[in-house]
Design a binder for this molecule. Structure first.
Ligand code: HEM
Length: 388
């Protein structure tokens, strides 16, 4: 599965999604201008639509309330709730695994969800297969999976789940990161003006930003990193199980312990980020304004919001010999691309300001205006934003 996912979403393959990401960013700006107060819905629609196109080759969808998006989001919501440490007693009392179904509601529910979700994902994959057979399919991750059925050694159900999981993992997280961008722009207008000055100098007013501009827009690249570092959309990592007995700073960690890495704290380590609470993209730039060498030990990303990486050697983390797939997001290159082009296009087109109250005074958004949706944290500011 990892190999298949890597093939569809590695750094080189990710560039094939750039044309659709450019189109989606223009559509996002157009929706924002038509209906500024609905900014939150536009971000969700745009992220869902981009990932659906990348995974299933769909045309842009109209609304974040599209019934399929709703169904997949509902499924992901269940998954993230289940991932929260301590969500089920069986984590604490593993012997409960052996209870028969009729005594364990969680087992019955799990099986029922699995049946329904499998039917939904298989239907989506069949749709791509039918299009391929009739010669009307567009390049997408599901098509790559079907073309490489033998190479990847996945059965139909596994391929269907892999594609469906890609959507679930990518849509909500990207939309949430964009909501953090909105919060940052209202709190740090100077950063917005700096980014806009670079956009004006590099692009001017005659055309929209494209991916070709990426090497010339280091400030926007730095903003993407800072958005992910400053308010990680997943403040805690996915739970893992230690595979051997270990010691860490005098604490014994027995084999089989569930370990959760603290993304929030790691992104705010004062050793690397002395003014960690400030939103300051400049921390990722060198004195000539170019992207600086990676901040020490953050596996070149500059934060841990995509996970910790396989070869992570920072002292605070060496004890984690974990069982699981990756320790890094498989879609990080597609996500970084989406954030880059959406932020560049939005800031090229609009100013983002605090709304004003009845007396014309700015309403100051709280730094903690957030909504916890399981493992993913959204910023919720719908009443305090406006564009001009
Ligand atoms: C801002 C956006 C995103 C964030 C913050 C994010 C974050 C993460 C994190 C923290 C993990 C868990 C890493 C670990 O500890 O194992 C993960 C895994 C994953 N992500 Fe993302 N993600 C984002 C976007 C995406 C996108 C756009 C896709 C695909 C289109 C995607 C696909 C995946 C997949 C498939 C995994 C599971 C990897 C594995 O276990 O092998 N993500 N992501």
């Amino acid at each position: 599965m990892r190999r298949a996912a890597h093939e569809g979403f590695n750094v080189r393959a990710s560039t094939s999604y750039q044309p659709l990401q450019e189109k989606e960013s223009a559509l996002l700006v157009s929706h924002m201008l038509q209906d500024p107060n609905g900014w939150d819905d536009h971000l969700k629609r745009s992220a869902a639509s981009t990932v659906l196109s990348a995974v299933y080759g769909w045309l842009p969808i109209d609304s974040s309330a599209d019934s399929l998006v709703g169904r997949i989001n509902e499924m992901m919501h269940r998954v993230v709730q289940a991932c929260l440490p301590g969500a089920f007693l069986v984590e604490i009392f593993p012997s409960m695994l052996y209870l028969p179904d009729w005594m364990a509601t969680w087992k019955r529910k799990g099986k029922d969800f699995f049946r329904k979700d499998t039917a939904m994902f298989e239907e989506l994959l069949d749709d791509v297969r039918n299009k391929m057979n009739s010669g009307s399919s567009t390049p997408c991750f599901a098509a790559t999976l079907l073309e490489g059925e033998k190479k990847f050694m996945l059965n139909n159900q596994e391929a269907a789940w892999l594609a469906g999981t890609m959507f679930g993992a990518g849509a909500e997280t990207t939309a949430a990161a964009l909501s953090v961008f909105m919060l940052a722009m209202t709190l740090y207008p100077d950063v917005m003006h700096c980014a806009q000055a670079q956009l004006d100098a590099v692009i001017g007013r005659g055309r929209l930003p494209t991916f070709d501009d990426r090497p010339n827009l280091p400030y926007i690249e730095a903003m993407v990193k800072e958005i992910l570092r400053w308010r990680p959309v997943g403040p805690v990592g996915l739970p893992r199980r230690s595979m051997q007995d270990d010691w860490y700073k005098g604490y014994f960690i027995p084999k089989g312990t569930i370990v959760v890495y603290n993304t929030w704290a790691m992104n705010r380590d004062p050793k690397y980020f002395p003014d960690y609470d400030e939103f300051r993209p400049e921390r990722y730039l060198d004195s000539s304004g170019q992207l600086a060498e990676a901040i020490s030990d953050t596996h070149s990303l500059g934060h841990f919001t995509y996970g910790t990486g396989r070869r992570y050697l920072r002292p605070t983390f060496t004890y984690i010999h974990v069982k699981g797939f990756a320790r890094i997001c498989m879609g990080k290159d597609v996500a970084n691309q989406a954030l880059f082009i959406d932020i560049a296009t939005l800031l090229w087109a609009v100013n983002i300001e605090k709304a004003r109250d009845k007396n014309g005074e700015h309403i100051i958004p709280s730094r903690t205006d957030c909504l916890d949706e399981g493992l993913v944290v959204y910023v919720t500011l719908s009443h305090v934003q406006r564009f001009c």
